[in-house]
Design a protein. Structure first.
Length: 192
C-alpha cells in the first residue's frame, strides 16, 4: 500500500489505492462494497450531499461499485479508495462522459470521506490522486458539482485548482430544503 501519515500524524498511515492496487489485495477487494456502504450510508443518513436522499442499500452501493469498476477496466473511469490501518475511510471516482462529443472529459461524480476522519487530509489525498489519474488518462477537463452549502468541499476543490463555472440556484432537492448546485471544472489542457 502507498502509505503516508495523515497531516503529519503517525497514529495511523493513510493508504490511497487505485482500483488495480485494491484488486491485488483480496481481503480489501472482498470487503469493499460493505465498507463503502458503511461510509456512504452513514454520511447520507446525516444529510451529506452524495446524490441520495435516504441512505443507499448495500445492493445499491455494490451495483454502483460494479459500474465504476467496469468503467475503470474500459479506461473510462478511475476509482480511488483511502484506508487508515486497513479500514476504509474514503472513496471517490470519476467517469468519462458517455456522449461522444464529450469523451475527452470526465466528471468527478462522488467523493466521500468517513466523518470520523474529516479534516485530516483524506479528501485532499483522494481528490489529488483522482486528478493525477485524469491527467494520466489524457482527460482534458475534469468537472464536478457540489451542493452549495458544502463549504469545506468547495474550499478543497478551489485549493486544488478547480474553478466555479456555474451555479444552479435551488437545484438540489433534499427533503423540504433546496440548495444551489455549484459546477466546477479543472482544465487540464492548459498543462499540455
Amino acid at each position: 500500500m502507498n502509505a503516508q501519515p495523515i497531516n503529519g500524524e503517525t497514529a495511523g498511515e493513510l493508504a490511497v489505492l487505485d482500483a488495480s492496487e485494491l484488486t491485488r489485495d483480496p481481503e480489501l477487494g472482498a470487503g469493499l462494497a460493505a465498507s463503502a456502504h458503511r461510509v456512504l450510508a452513514d454520511l447520507v443518513g446525516r444529510g451529506a450531499a452524495l446524490g441520495w436522499v435516504e441512505p443507499p442499500s448495500p445492493d445499491e452501493v455494490a451495483e454502483l461499485l460494479d459500474h465504476v469498476l467496469h468503467a475503470v477496466r474500459e479506461e473510462d473511469g478511475a476509482l480511488r479508495v483511502a484506508y487508515l490501518d486497513r479500514r476504509l475511510v474514503g472513496l471517490g471516482y470519476w467517469l468519462r462522459y458517455a456522449r461522444p462529443t464529450h469523451r475527452p472529459h470526465a466528471d468527478l461524480e462522488k467523493l466521500a470521506v468517513d466523518r470520523g476522519v474529516h479534516g485530516r487530509g483524506v479528501g485532499r489525498a483522494l481528490t489529488a490522486a483522482l486528478v493525477e489519474d485524469a491527467r494520466a488518462a489524457g482527460i482534458e477537463v475534469l468537472t464536478l458539482d457540489a451542493r452549495g452549502d458544502n463549504a469545506n468541499a468547495l474550499r478543497l476543490y478551489r485549493s486544488l485548482g478547480f474553478a466555479e463555472y456555474g451555479r444552479l440556484p435551488d437545484f438540489v432537492a433534499f427533503r423540504q430544503r433546496r440548495y444551489d448546485k455549484v459546477l466546477c471544472m479543472l482544465d487540464l489542457r492548459q498543462e499540455r
